[in-house]
Design a protein around this ligand. Structure first.
Ligand SMILES: Cc1ncc(COP(=O)(O)O)c(CN[C@H](C(=O)O)[C@H](C)O)c1O
Length: 348
């Protein structure tokens, strides 16, 4: 087998940098359940400031970050409007229903990651006083959108959604797991994106290369509610400064370099689009996610994924037979060239 493994299944595979390991070893620690871990407090203050929100809280995962946010926004028996291709709806084990007693209302996701306002409007009962209908309490957006290929939502759309939600007195939560990729791709501060949402969750553990963690940002009151919900979910952490120290390196050192991941994703998509038997729309690549299909009748996606794995190229199917490749700090430009060559040779 090929010695030089090219890991493109996800940016969740990123490893902490030596600088992060150093910071973790020397982190100033305390009991964070008592609010006494200064490194966690420093990270939370930094995250709130960077996203232009009053407060922030460190979470063990993006899944718990989304769940605690939904539970803080949504009373039991209410509805959360989610995209039918969203991580919240597909990959988070139904947590809002199981733990929060909240009903998912899946709304069709457009090719660019948007939820159509008319589709959203159809979810609202004509008469909110009618006891037959569960009432929507929250609208969740995913930005960038993973399964729609890392597409970034335009600020004009976010503005429309903000107005739509405010008119109907529901809140907006943004699953911004890769919001820093969106900010770099758009050339705007992340705060310019976050301003349209009441709460945002983002991952330190993906493209930002921290080993663990996500963060929720929002108002003081909202984050206060999330603190209690996190404890109830078992997410209250003790000397979490070990995690936060890496997170501080993520926010201070790992954002600008995301542009390299985007360049590598475009390079990969261009290379793939030239291979007979592979279809890949390189124009659709905006961040670090590339989707492609195998059209060569000799191959199912299962067979291609398996053969590539044996040759050291790791990708995976992520819905509707499409194969996803994700670039990140562990995939160099040379890795991309090698991956294209391996896929070309496999399809020859
Ligand atoms: C948009 C978004 N929001 C939330 C999450 C959940 O984050 P974690 O709970 O895995 O930290 C993910 C993880 N996404 C993972 C990946 O892309 O490999 C898998 C699909 O769950 C995500 O992509």
């Amino acid at each position: 087998d090929n010695l030089d493994k090219i890991e493109m299944r996800s940016d969740t595979f990123t490893l902490p940098t030596p600088e992060m390991m150093e910071a973790m070893v020397h982190a100033e620690l305390g009991d964070d359940v008592y609010g006494e871990d200064v490194t966690v407090k420093r990270l939370e203050a930094r995250a709130a400031e960077m996203l232009g929100k009053e407060a922030a809280i460190l979470m063990p995962s993006g899944t718990m970050a989304n769940l605690a946010s939904i539970m803080a926004h949504c009373p039991r028996g209410s509805k959360v409007l989610v995209g039918d291709e969203s991580d919240i709806y597909i990959y988070e084990a139904g947590g809002a229903a199981v733990c929060g007693g909240v009903m998912y209302e899946p709304v069709k996701t457009q090719a660019d990651g948007r939820l159509d306002l008319e589709d959203l409007q159809r979810v609202f009962p004509r008469d909110p006083a009618d006891p037959q209908f569960a009432l929507p309490a929250l609208l969740c957006l995913e930005n960038p959108h993973n399964r729609m290929g890392g597409r970034v939502l335009p600020l004009s759309y976010l503005e429309e959604i903000r107005a739509f939600a405010s008119e109907r007195q529901i809140a907006v939560h943004m699953d911004g797991a890769r919001i820093w990729n969106a900010a770099v791709a758009m050339g705007v501060p992340a705060a310019a994106i976050a301003q349209y949402a009441d709460s945002v969750q983002f991952c330190l553990s993906k493209g930002l290369s921290a080993p663990i963690g996500s963060m929720v940002v929002g108002s003081e009151a909202f984050i206060g509610d999330v603190y209690r919900i996190r404890k109830m979910l078992g997410g209250g952490m003790r000397q979490a400064g070990v995690i936060a120290a890496a997170g501080l390196v993520s926010l201070n050192k790992m954002i600008e370099r995301l542009a390299e991941d985007h360049e590598n994703a475009k390079k990969l998509a261009l290379g793939l689009s030239d291979i007979p038997g592979i279809s890949c729309d390189h124009h659709a690549v905006e961040t670090n996610i590339v989707f492609f299909r195998v059209t060569d009748p000799r191959f199912t996606w299962e067979r291609l994924v398996e053969e590539l794995r044996h040759k050291g190229v790791f990708v995976d199917e992520l819905g509707h037979g499409r194969i996803r490749a994700v670039t990140h700090a562990g995939t160099s430009s040379r890795h991309i060239e090698q991956a294209v060559a391996v896929i070309k040779e496999t399809l020859a």
